[in-house]
Design a protein around this ligand. Sequence first.
Ligand SMILES: Nc1ncnc2c1ncn2[C@@H]1O[C@H](COP(=O)(O)OP(=O)(O)OP(=O)(O)O)[C@@H](O)[C@H]1O
Ligand SMILES: N[C@@H](CCO)C(=O)O
Length: 348
Amino acid sequence: MSTASHSKFRITVPATSANIGPGFDVLGVAFSLYLTLDCERLPAGSPMQMTYEGEGAKDVPLVAEKNLITKTALYVLSTYGIHSLPPLKIHVTNPIPLGRGLGSSGSAVVAGVILANAAGELKMSNDRMLDYCLMVERHPDNVAPALFGGFVASFLRELDPEEQEPSSIPRSEPTRNGAAQPPTPVMDIGHYIQLGWNQDIKAVAVIPDFEVATEDARAALPDMYTRADVIYNLQRIAVLTSALSRKPVNADLIHKAMADKVHQPYRKHLIPGLSEMLETITPKTHPGVVGICLSGAGPTILVLATENFDKIAEAVQEIFSRQPNGGYKSMFKVLDVVTDGAQTQYFD
Ligand SMILES: Nc1ncnc2c1ncn2[C@@H]1O[C@H](COP(=O)(O)OP(=O)(O)OP(=O)(O)O)[C@@H](O)[C@H]1O
Ligand SMILES: N[C@@H](CCO)C(=O)O
């Protein structure tokens, strides 16, 4: 259906958690917490108007070329030969904390690609939109569940250096490239599959009051791993992807299968208390716990659980609170894993 007659549209994109323990850069889930863009077309020649409320309201730039949502949209439109955003009023409502491991940048990138698709009437397929998301955010584990919903495993094809380099491609993480080339639309980068998720399992996200930039958390990782550590993660990820869909919940198996030797051990200095949380919050010590891990690049702690959500969250908060130098305050959210991903609704 043509969108030309619609003067208003709303884009909603779920928050996500990447990795889920051993699935570094592979697994992610979509949550019942939504970045929302309320958009209204303005008369031709009008300047873009952007307003913003919620997380990041004090810091997020509202200039089209600087804001991650609109600069992603501008990148996508430029590959279609459209070099400015159509006149729009955009109101952003963002409940996803920034830099905390709940995929705020992935959701912003997905929102930007969908904004370009809707505003420019590009009629892209979801798979093509995933390609664009992956040009901006190179690891697929946040953008794939944000776009498609549910519990998602994904990978991307290896790109040639010239496909990766154009400096005109915005990056959710700061980039090092400098070549002034036009954007290169590439095809068929992302591959994914939605996995089953037992809806009895909810997510308790404990969010401390400090940020860890994904770029810093990735810089903490080694370039090489031992064969034993790779096998350790591969064995667990294979078991975990099925175990999370089964009924009844096998908490002991899931908890063991969520252990990881690829990223969490190298990031623990960035998240004080992480080691103690992983060691002491188990299905045996805290009934209801199914598994525990760092959410994305952190510092949010993700506890999968079937009951006692508040008590479990308080146990994580207590560990954050007694870290050196006064500890950390934190808040928590009990979230559902949602099967729907990003949506666009048209009005008028
Ligand atoms: N709604 C938004 N609007 C504009 N920019 C955003 C928005 N959300 C996130 N960003 C940008 O993304 C940055 C955070 O990205 P980062 O990858 O460090 O954390 P994250 O995506 O929250 O965590 P993770 O990738 O570990 O889940 C912010 O500092 C901001 O620049
Ligand atoms: N897989 C990514 C997710 C963060 O965006 C990481 O852990 O670095």
